[in-house]
Ligand binder design. Structure first.
Ligand SMILES: [Zn+2]
Ligand SMILES: [Zn+2]
Length: 354
């Protein structure tokens, strides 16, 4: 064996050992923690279709949660396909509220995954179905039988159908921790036009603080954050719609100040019904902690994930791009030789684990 070949072989073996170590680290770190925006009316990802509405895939803590399903079944299906998302592999779906710009894609989800658990707000006579004890209505015993409901013998519990018959709904009445560390916050809107509408928001407790995903925030984003802060006062990230799309400048300033100064929210990734003037106000207030969240964007969440993410400006490489880039980079260096050489060449500020 020539000296050159011995050197080459030694390098390759070192590379293989290093590659194995790198894979070990990756496996120990678990799957990527991220939120991928699947439905919104703005974005810079040309492979995604834009439409009014909201949906996000939340991959966090080893769970895959579909939060809301958009405004149009076909557009939702196209965006899911564009992001290569397997709807058959979900832990559960959470529907924020009964507005159709958050639910129309559910039919597509059910066509792929008919038995998936779906959490939705519990509302009397709502479209998710409900039930009531038959004692709720007043009786008139003296009436002839054929004028009485159920001939005067109603079932003990009366059930009211859902718009998606056979779907595996679990209705949430009040704030509930559905899995350790994952809570659905249930609040009711008091705003004119949506009074009595119940809305669920998703709160995931991470080592970095709470990650909060909101649909439309009809009960008020300040009220939702206030409820979230009782789970963990450290709010790491809020993503979703803040429902300030027609709010006055004064109302917007007040909310922005509440989020930034009262609740000390660390990162903001507003979308959907937050509103254009509110995007501007939040960007100004949060600076590089304003995270662009157009349709197709993947937001890094959880421990250590934020460091590599450029914020504020529409980034050249967003988190999703970075993930693909790293995969490609790893493939181009299959034996870890380039990494090994780079380590030798510079004294350690660079490295494989970024
Ligand atoms: Zn709504
Ligand atoms: Zn909406």
């Amino acid at each position: 064996m020539t000296q050159f070949m011995k050197l080459l072989l030694a390098g390759t073996i070192t590379g293989v050992v290093m590659m194995t170590a790198a894979i070990g680290t990756a496996a120990a770190a678990g799957p990527e923690n991220r939120i991928t925006i699947l439905y919104d009316a703005f974005g810079k990802d040309a492979s995604m279709r834009k439409d009014w509405g909201f949906s996000a895939l939340v991959e966090i803590d080893g769970k895959r949660i579909l939060f809301d399903t958009g405004n149009d079944r076909e557009i939702f299906a196209a965006n899911v396909k564009a992001k290569n998302i397997d709807l058959a592999n979900l832990d559960f779906v959470a529907l924020s509220h009964r507005h159709s710009d958050h639910m129309a894609g559910l039919a597509h989800v059910l066509s792929v995954n008919p038995k998936v658990k779906i959490y939705a707000p519990k509302e009397g006579f709502g479209i998710y179905g409900s039930s009531l004890p038959s004692s709720f209505y007043r009786k008139a015993e003296a009436l002839p039988q054929d004028m009485r409901y159920f001939d005067g013998k109603p079932p003990e519990i009366m059930t009211f159908g859902s718009a998606w018959q056979g779907a595996n709904f679990e209705l949430i009445d009040k704030t509930t921790e559905i899995v350790p560390g994952i809570t659905l916050i249930a609040l009711v809107s008091e705003a004119p036009g949506t009074r009595e509408l119940k809305e669920l928001s998703l709160a995931v407790n991470t080592p970095d603080g709470l990650v909060l995903v909101v649909g439309c925030s009809h009960p008020g984003i300040d009220k939702i954050v206030e409820a979230a802060a009782t789970i963990n006062p450290k709010i790491h990230l809020i993503a979703g719609g803040f429902h300030l799309v027609v709010a006055s400048d004064d109302a917007i300033s007040k909310i922005v100040a509440t989020l930034k100064d009262t609740f000390k929210v660390e990162n903001i990734a507003a979308g959907h019904c937050t509103g254009e003037p509110t995007f501007a106000a939040l960007k100004q207030a949060f600076g590089d902690h304003y995270i662009y969240a157009g349709v197709g964007t993947s937001l890094a969440t959880g421990s250590g994930a934020g460091a590599g993410q450029r914020r504020g400006e529409a980034p050249a490489l967003d988190a999703e791009d970075l993930v693909s880039y790293r995969r490609l980079a790893a493939r181009e260096d299959p034996f870890g030789l380039a990494t090994w050489r780079r380590r030798l060449a510079n004294t350690g500020s660079d490295g494989a684990k970024r």
